[in-house]
Design a protein around this ligand. Structure first.
Ligand SMILES: Nc1ncnc2c1ncn2[C@@H]1O[C@H](COP(=O)(O)OP(=O)(O)OP(=O)(O)O)[C@@H](O)[C@H]1O
Ligand code: SF4
Ligand code: SF4
Length: 281
């Protein structure tokens, strides 16, 4: 089963929940944790995995043979991302804009386009406390998270519960991370921003047809508009976690909540039961 932990808003507690859910379940079943927050992965800071494999992530970007190019303009007109431009008598490639779709190479009538493999990130795989840990990282200066996320997800083991720590927001990186999940846990906080971004995230997972429920983190910090919204929309409330300065201090030290606060472990086990029940339904 694949469970994605996502949220419309950053900093709501996705990593806290993904890491501690994995730790709470690892003695009961085989668990894999995928850190798909590839712009800023941080789950490793808590689990301290030992990485055994590393694989670069590459994107096929075009290289133009200016000798062969007839400047017909077919490729520049075809590229939906404006990654090609005719400047004087040359066709230039703006690699940062290229999505590696391969379209220009297929269309070029002069055979002037070949592909080079540009390194845009790294996927690392290892283990931590009996948990299979897979992490993606984007190279500095690159802009495309989805290919790195897809590469991380290509490593999903078939025989384990896979927990995905998704990037924040509701744009392409989040969609790439949650796509194909059996269940999505949307983490929010009871603030106007939390509610507004939750609504966007709900739209995304509904559009993708992924069953989902909500965890309200720092649940005692704001008003109850989030709960009212969940009731109106018949969205399951899976868990409420109170704000606790000791949790923040534990996090800041790289500590593990379920080890320092054993009561939380049973809360995460209950969260898992709620997810499992809903996926079976
Ligand atoms: N219940 C809580 N009480 C106090 N602090 C909390 C609580 N939950 C999370 N935090 C704090 O909120 C911050 C963000 O948590 P976390 O990194 O898990 O969020 P995130 O959603 O993964 O963030 P990002 O969107 O940047 O990936 C951390 O400093 C963490 O200690
Ligand atoms: S590979 Fe696709 S995105 Fe990249 S330059 Fe060619 S047409 Fe544009
Ligand atoms: S399609 Fe080929 S020949 Fe035409 S401008 Fe592009 S690179 Fe040159």
């Amino acid at each position: 089963m694949i469970v994605a932990i996502a949220s419309g808003k950053g900093g709501t507690g996705k990593t806290t929940i993904a890491v501690n859910l994995a730790l709470s379940l690892k003695d009961k079943m085989q668990v894999a944790l995928l850190d798909c927050d590839v712009e800023e992965p941080n789950a490793h800071l808590f689990l301290l995995p030992e990485f055994k494999e590393k694989e670069p992530v590459t994107l096929p970007v075009p290289a133009i043979d200016q000798e062969k190019c007839t400047q017909c303009g077919i490729c520049t007109r075809a590229c939906a991302y404006h990654a090609l431009a005719r400047v004087g008598k040359r066709v230039l490639v703006f690699e940062e804009l290229c999505h590696g779709c391969g379209g220009c190479g297929l269309l070029c009538p002069a055979g002037a386009i070949t592909e080079i493999h540009k390194e845009i990130g790294l996927v690392k795989r290892g283990t931590a406390r009996g948990i299979e840990f897979i992490q993606g990282t984007m190279n500095i200066g690159t802009a495309l998270a989805p290919p790195v996320i897809r590469k991380v997800k290509s490593r999903i083991p078939k025989d384990k519960l896979t927990i995905i720590d998704s990037p924040p927001g509701t744009s392409c990186p989040m969609i790439s991370a949650v796509y194909g999940a059996d269940y999505c846990v949307l983490v929010t906080e009871p603030t106007p921003f939390g509610l507004s971004d939750l609504k966007l995230a709900v739209e995304v997972v509904r559009e993708l047809g992924i069953p989902f429920g909500v965890v309200i983190n720092r649940a005692d910090m704001g008003d109850c508009e989030v709960e009212k919204y969940l009731q109106e929309q018949s969205i399951p409330l899976l868990m409420k976690i109170p704000f606790d300065r000791r949790y923040a201090a534990c996090y800041a030290r790289g500590g593990l909540l379920v080890e320092e606060f054993p009561k939380l472990k049973s809360s995460f086990e209950t969260l898992w039961k709620a997810i499992e029940r809903r996926v079976e339904v």
